[in-house]
Design a protein. Sequence first.
Lengths: 107, 117
Amino acid sequence: EIVLTQSPATLSLSPGERATLSCRASQSVSSYLAWYQQKPGQAPRLLIYEASNRATGIPARFSGSGSGTDFTLIISSLEPEDFAVYYCQQCSSWPLTFGGGTKVEIK
Amino acid sequence: EVQLLESGGGLVQPGGSLRLSCAASGFTFSTNAMTWVRQVPGKGLEWVAGIGNSAEAYYAESVKGRFSISKDISKNTLYLQMNSLGAGDAAVYYCAKDLFRWSLDYWGQGTLVTVSS
């Protein structure tokens, strides 16, 4: 089973700041990695698929990069609605797995 | 508009069974892969099971042999049959639609499963 390690666990930032979230896989997942955002009481929302492709309706301030074992989600300038928990998911091999999440909180 | 509506959650005794349903609309259900994901309230996401275009099924190790995923194309409904339930299975269960290679672009609102005597 591929283990995804997300860091940091919590990111304390102010609106307008840049957020950099990391996801590291225990073995290569090629580019088959997705990122999700989840707010309290809501289902997750797909942000990025195949490491760098924004899903429909996702603002350009969200960008994903990486391949192999190291991936990054960047939020270029945090909006108030971006404070949430972010998860990565590997879509490379069975069983599919999620990372433990990074909480982006208001500083 | 894509809609996914889960049902079937509730309270079940340890060792019991439950079948979750996910009614789908707004897309071609018959040719779309689907997934179940669960989440203990306040905790992270756990992938549970997936079913592909040709009805091939995949499971997390934690549920293999106890859970079964299936699709009824005539009813546009996804199912998750859960047997031998334990405390570790208590969670909100989400169904989700595949966009590309098991990345999940639409999710239901979730249904809560509680396992308790």
